[in-house]
Design a protein around this ligand. Structure first.
Ligand SMILES: CC(C)(COP(=O)(O)OP(=O)(O)OC[C@H]1O[C@@H](n2cnc3c(N)ncnc32)[C@H](O)[C@@H]1OP(=O)(O)O)[C@@H](O)C(=O)NCCC(=O)NCCS
Length: 176
């Protein structure tokens, strides 16, 4: 991955062990975790383990979620990026998946869309993906809206960890 990536308002860089407080703030927030299929974390140890896992993915898979920094304030606002699905989801394994997660005070500014476009560029142009996948809880209206806006095709429902989710696919040539 050629990093950092600079967009109009954001910087995408690798997550490091030093982001443990940032990730804990994000993943301990019930509003953030409402539709992501896992409960809010309760300890910084859990966040440290999660960071270790992501840093390992960079090494093994050559990709993973990236920290997103707001240029104007230099603040960590969340993460976005392309992950290799090493564990099977909806029958798919070892495919590239787009994801994003932000602190509520930064929602509604177009940051998920802006960072997703940068992540898709990385996936299609650096990782040479032919197709990128995504999924979202059916109740997560803004995420489903963003995915459709980006050109993702809704391939129907499946159950993930007990939650009904939409499964999406985007071919390189169908990007919006
Ligand atoms: C989902 C999430 C990433 C969206 O981030 P964001 O920065 O607010 O998203 P953006 O501002 O780029 O775009 C939001 C879009 O959803 C639209 N939207 C917001 N609420 C909506 C609703 N109830 N119904 C339909 N669309 C809605 C907005 O109008 C906007 O679309 P537009 O740009 O076409 O007007 C953010 O809410 C988040 O981090 N949630 C917690 C983690 C999460 O759920 N991650 C996704 C898991 S699939």
């Amino acid at each position: 991955m050629k990093l950092p990536i600079f967009t109009e308002r954001l910087i995408l860089r690798k997550l490091t062990e030093d982001d443990v407080d940032n990730i804990f703030l994000l993943d301990s927030n019930p509003d953030v975790m409402k539709y992501v299929g896992i409960p809010p974390v309760k300890s910084k140890d859990e966040s440290a383990r999660m960071l270790e896992n992501i840093i390992n993915q960079y090494k093994i898979n050559g990709t993973g979620r990236l920290a997103v920094i707001e240029k104007e304030t230099d603040r960590f606002i969340g993460w976005s990026g392309i992950k290799l699905l090493a564990d099977e989801v909806n029958g798919f394994k070892n495919v590239y998946e787009l994801g994003y997660r932000f602190l509520p005070e930064f929602w509604g500014k177009g940051y998920a869309t802006e960072s997703a476009l940068a992540s898709l560029n990385l996936g299609f142009n650096q990782l040479n993906a032919e197709k990128i996948y995504a999924y979202a809880d059916v109740g997560n209206a803004s995420s489903n809206h963003i995915l459709k806006k980006l050109g993702f095709e809704n391939k129907g429902n499946f159950i993930d960890e007990g939650d009904i989710c939409n499964w999406y696919e985007l071919e390189k040539d169908n990007r919006k």
